[in-house]
Design a protein around this ligand. Structure first.
Ligand SMILES: CC(C)(COP(=O)(O)OP(=O)(O)OC[C@H]1O[C@@H](n2cnc3c(N)ncnc32)[C@H](O)[C@@H]1OP(=O)(O)O)[C@@H](O)C(=O)NCCC(=O)NCCS
Length: 186
């Protein structure tokens, strides 16, 4: 796929090999990697190069995603889809200097909209480690609801942690979007 999404403040685009340095710089921060299940810490340039090397343009929507660029700044994070034990899940991270400005709510909304448009699925799953209140807040704003809890391994922390699984149905997404659009025109 070669999709680019423009939001109010951000550009969501496909990764490039020269993203490695900035990805490594932003992910080599325990405040970020310690909240993700599959990202090691320390995070080296070779980890970013390996990850970028797994990228292929012909992957299905459930195995792809977007680099998040802030114009004038460059790469600030990532938002993508991957299959796991729940089904296809959305995962995301932002470099710490860019937190709490609504960027992930904006980026994830565009990515979710694209995903539901590109697939016929009835729902999209996600999840957070239970301590990750900011990420849970993002998901609740987007319309995800909690469906179960479990223990998941956190690679950076090298331990199993309480995890909350979440789900966003297409019906809820459509209702939120169309409801908001209808309210804007009245
Ligand atoms: C989670 C993350 C992506 C959020 O990105 P962001 O751009 O800061 O998110 P937003 O600004 O869109 O929204 C953050 C929300 O969390 C809330 N929040 C932030 N810190 C919080 C805390 N400690 N407790 C409760 N809510 C919190 C904010 O108030 C905001 O909600 P609001 O808009 O209703 O006020 C970012 O913090 C991050 O990358 N963290 C490290 C990696 C990570 O956790 N990834 C997700 C793994 S599931």
């Amino acid at each position: 796929m070669d999709v680019r999404l423009d939001t109010k403040r951000l550009l969501l685009r496909q990764p490039r090999p020269d993203d490695a340095l900035r990805i490594a710089r932003l992910l080599n921060n325990f405040a970020v990697s310690g909240k993700l299940s599959r990202v090691p810490y320390p995070y080296k340039l070779s980890d970013a190069e390996w990850w970028l090397g797994t990228w292929r343009a012909d992957k299905p929507p459930g195995e792809t995603g977007f680099i998040i660029d802030l114009p004038g700044e460059g790469l600030i994070g990532h938002c993508g889809f991957h299959p796991d034990e729940q089904g296809v899940v959305i995962g995301y991270w932002l470099g710490e200097p860019f937190w709490n400005r609504g960027f992930m709510s904006e980026a994830a909304a565009a990515a979710i909209d694209w995903y539901f448009g590109a697939t016929g699925v009835a729902a999209l799953d996600s999840g957070v480690f239970a301590f990750n209140k900011a990420s849970l807040a993002v998901q609740k704003k987007l319309g995800f609801t909690e469906i179960s809890t479990s223990k998941r391994h956190c690679l950076a922390r090298q331990e199993d942690l309480r995890h909350i699984e979440t789900r966003l149905t297409r019906a809820r997404w459509d209702e939120q979007r169309h409801g908001a659009a209808a309210r804007e025109t009245t």
